[in-house]
Design a protein around this ligand. Structure first.
Ligand code: B12
Ligand code: SF4
Length: 565
C-alpha cells in the first residue's frame, strides 16, 4: 500500500502486523485506529501490542487514515476474520469510528468490539459509539487491554461493559518502539514518550485530570531511542506534556540527541518537545543553544496572557518569565518555536485576546497557532459552562461558539483570522509580505485582511498560491506604506523563493512604475542559506537568516502538491 491510499504499511519485523498487501488472515484480534493523517503513527496502539505478552501473535495492527471510504476500512479489518476488533477513539476520529462500529456490527455481529482512548474515557453514557461497542476500557489500556482480550477469548466472559483501565507501573511496561516498522521510521513522525501525565491543572486540557507526571526509567528509554536512531529514525516527537519539568531528565535526553547529531552532522535528526514557557533553567538553556539549525522544535503553550483568564482556568503562568524565555530562545537558540494561543477562554474578550496576540507577535516566534477552545470530554472547563456562558458546538471537535465575553461573530472572525494567518504567516511562503501585513498592529491588521480575503475568495481553503499572493498584495497596496513597485518586488522575491513556477497577475504586465520590461528574476535564496535535511519543509522555510535554499524550496513545493493551499 502506498502512503497515499490511506492505509499504513505496518510491516512488523517482530510481530503479526499488517503487511500492506493482503491482511494477515486469521488474526484473532485486530487492533486499529484512524489516525489524523498518515504522517502520525499511533503510539497508544503500539503500547497495547507491546504489552500483550503471549497474545501478540494473535494480534494484527491496522492503522488507518481519516477520509478513507468506510466500506474499505470495514472490509480491511474483517479480512482478518477476527474474533475481536479493538479501536482507539480520539476526538479526530470519533465520528468516523462511530460509523465504522455501526457497520462492523451489521456486517459481523459475532465480532466483539472493544473501544479505548481519550474520547471514550469520559461521558461514555452520552456516546452512541459506547452503546454500540461490547466493551469500553477507560483510561490507560496498556495492561487492561490484554487482560480483557484473554477473558473474551478464553473466559470467563467479563461482565462489565465499562472497564477502568489499570494505571501501569511505567517501569514494568514493555516499551513499544520496536513496533515501529522501518517504513514508519522512514516516512512518519515517530512519537516517543519519556514521561506520562502532568502536574498542572489547566482546565481546558485533559491532562488536568492527571494527579502528577510519572517518568519512564531513563536508561531503558534512551536505549530504545538509540535503537530507533540506529535503525534510521530521524523525526522524533515527544508527547510528554511538559518536557522541561525535571531538568535533569531533560538534560540527559537532549544530551543524547545532541551527541547523535554531532556524530552524524550530515544526517541529523529533528526533535520536537512540548515546553512550559516559564521554566527554563540555565543548564537547559546552555544545551538548547548548542542544537544546530533545523534540528530542534519547541511547542510552547501560552494560551492566554490575560491574568484574569489564567486565574479562571487555573493556569499558573508567570507571563514575564515566559516572555523572557521566549525572547531568549528566539535570540540565542536555533530552535523552531511554535507557540499556542487559545481563543474563547472564559473571561477573554476580543481586546484582551488581541493584546495577547500582539504581545506574542512582538516576541516573534516562528509560528503562532491560534486554536479555538474545545470542550474536551472530561476536561474540568465544563464548570464554567453556565457561569461564563460558554456555548460549544455539539459535534467534534466541540469548539466554543460564544462566551459571555465574546460573541459568535467575534469568535468566527478570530477563527477566520487564524486560518489566513496559518496560510500567510505560519506557512512561511511569503515572509516579506507577511511582515508587511503584520506591521505594528498584527492582530487588527490580520483581522482586517482575513475579512477582505474571505470576501474575495468566498472561502478560506483550496486557494491557489498565486491567488493568495494576489489577494494579499491587493490588500497591501491599500494598507502598506510602500510604493507599488517596491511592494511588487517584495512579492516577487517571496514568490520566487517559495519555489513556485507560475506567474502572479502583475508579472504578466511588469512591475508597477516600470516601463513594462519583464520583471527581474529574484534569486531563490539568500547567500549562505542552508537548511537541514531532517527538518520538515515548513520548519525548513522558517530557518532563521535563510528564506531557504533552492533544494528546500523544491522539496516544499513537492510536499505541498500542486500549489493549492
Ligand atoms: C499525537 C497527538 C495528536 C496528533 C494525532 C496523532 C494521531 N495518531 O493521529 C495531532 C498532532 C494531529 C493531534 C491533533 C489534535 N489533538 Co492531539 N494529541 C496527541 C498527543 C500529544 C499524543 C497522543 C499519544 O500518543 N499519547 C501517548 C499514548 C500512550 O497515550 P494515548 O494515545 O492516550 O493511548 C493510551 C490510552 O488512551 C489507551 N488507548 C489508546 N488507544 C486505545 C485503543 C484500545 C482498544 C484501548 C483498549 C485503549 C486505548 O491506551 C493507551 C496506552 O495507555 C496527545 C497528548 C498526550 N500526550 O497523550 C494529544 C491529545 C490526544 N490530543 C488532543 C486534542 C484535543 C487534539 C486537537 C483537537 C488539538 C487542537 N488542535 O485543538 C487536535 C485534533 C486534530 C483533528 N484533526 O481534529 C487531546 C485528546 C482529546 C480526545 N478526546 O481525543 C489530547 C489527549 C491532548 C490533551 N491533553 O488534551 N494530536
Ligand atoms: S495545558 Fe499543558 S501544562 Fe496545562 S494541564 Fe495540559 S499538559 Fe499540563
Amino acid at each position: 500500500m502506498s502512503a497515499g491510499d490511506g492505509v499504513s504499511d505496518s510491516t512488523g519485523a517482530t510481530d503479526r502486523t499488517s503487511t500492506g498487501g493482503s491482511p494477515t488472515a486469521g488474526a484473532r484480534v485486530v487492533l486499529s485506529t484512524i489516525n489524523a493523517r498518515y504522517q502520525h503513527a499511533s503510539l497508544g496502539l503500539r503500547y497495547l501490542l507491546a504489552n500483550a505478552g503471549d497474545l501478540q501473535p494473535d494480534i494484527a495492527l491496522e492503522e488507518l487514515v481519516s477520509g478513507r471510504p468506510l466500506d474499505d476500512i470495514a472490509a480491511r479489518l474483517l479480512a482478518h476474520r477476527p474474533r475481536v476488533v479493538a479501536l482507539g477513539v480520539y476526538i479526530w476520529n470519533v465520528v468516523e469510528t462511530t460509523r465504522l462500529v455501526r457497520r462492523l456490527r451489521e456486517l459481523a455481529p459475532s465480532v466483539t468490539i472493544i473501544l479505548g482512548g481519550p474520547e471514550v474515557s469520559h461521558e461514555a453514557d452520552q456516546q452512541e459509539i459506547c452503546r454500540l461497542a461490547h466493551y469500553v476500557i477507560q483510561g490507560p489500556g496498556d495492561i487492561s487491554f490484554a487482560k480483557l482480550v484473554r477473558a473474551i477469548l478464553h473466559g470467563p466472559k467479563p461482565l462489565m461493559h465499562l472497564i477502568a483501565g489499570e494505571q501501569p507501573d511505567l517501569a514494568s511496561l514493555e516499551l513499544p518502539y520496536r513496533h515501529y516498522t522501518d517504513r514508519d521510521l522512514r516516512e512518519r513522525s515517530i512519537y516517543v514518550e519519556a514521561s506520562r501525565g502532568c502536574p498542572f491543572k489547566c482546565e481546558f486540557c485533559l491532562s488536568a485530570l492527571d494527579r502528577t507526571a510519572w517518568a519512564f526509567p531513563l536508561d531503558s528509554f534512551l536505549a530504545e531511542m538509540a535503537a530507533l536512531h540506529d535503525r534510521g529514525a530521524r523525526r522524533f516527537k515527544f508527547v510528554d506534556r511538559t518536557f522541561n519539568l525535571k531538568p535533569a531528565t531533560s538534560l540527559a535526553i537532549m544530551d543524547f540527541f545532541l551527541a547523535r547529531i554531532a556524530a552524524t552532522p550530515a544526517d541529523p535528526c529533528f526533535v520536537h518537545f512540548e515546553l512550559v514557557p516559564d521554566h527554563l533553567p540555565e543548564s537547559l538553556k546552555a544545551l538548547i543553544a548548542r542544537f544546530p539549525p533545523g534540528t530542534l522544535q519547541f511547542e510552547i503553550g501560552i494560551q492566554s496572557f490575560e491574568p484574569a483568564v489564567q486565574a479562571l482556568i487555573s493556569r499558573r503562568q508567570d507571563n514575564e518569565r515566559a516572555e523572557a524565555n521566549l525572547r531568549w530562545l528566539g535570540a540565542y537558540s536555533h530552535a523552531h518555536l511554535h507557540v499556542d494561543l487559545i481563543a474563547g477562554l472564559p473571561g477573554e474578550t476580543l481586546d484582551s485576546f488581541g493584546n495577547g496576540f500582539d504581545r506574542l507577535a512582538g516576541i516573534g516566534p516562528d509560528e503562532i497557532q491560534v486554536g479555538i477552545l474545545k470542550r474536551l470530554r472530561g476536561a474540568p472547563i465544563v464548570r464554567h459552562e453556565h457561569p461564563q456562558g460558554l456555548r460549544f458546538h455539539p459535534q467534534p471537535p466541540y469548539e466554543v461558539t460564544s462566551t459571555a465575553t465574546m460573541n459568535e461573530h467575534e469568535l468566527a472572525a478570530i477563527k477566520l483570522m487564524a486560518r489566513f494567518h496559518e496560510l500567510i504567516v505560519n506557512a512561511g511562503r511569503m515572509p516579506r509580505l507577511a511582515s508587511l501585513v503584520l506591521g505594528d498592529r498584527p492582530f487588527a491588521r490580520l483581522m482586517d485582511l482575513s475579512q477582505a480575503l474571505a470576501g474575495r475568495f468566498g472561502r478560506a481553503h483550496a486557494i491557489a498560491l498565486e491567488d493568495l499572493f494576489d489577494g494579499v498584495l491587493d490588500w497591501l497596496r491599500r494598507e502598506a506604506p510602500l510604493d507599488h513597485g517596491r511592494l511588487e518586488q517584495q512579492a516577487l522575491d517571496d514568490y520566487r523563493a517559495s519555489g513556485a513556477k507560475g506567474r502572479l497577475t502583475f508579472m504578466k504586465r511588469g512591475l508597477s512604475g516600470s516601463s513594462g520590461d519583464p520583471v527581474a528574476p529574484a534569486g531563490p535564496a539568500e547567500p549562505g542559506a542552508s537548511t537541514s535535511r531532517a527538518a520538515p519543509p515548513r520548519q525548513a522555510r522558517h530557518l532563521r537568516g535563510a528564506h531557504r535554499d533552492a533544494a528546500a524550496a523544491a522539496h516544499a513545493i513537492d510536499t505541498a502538491g500542486p500549489g493549492v493551499l
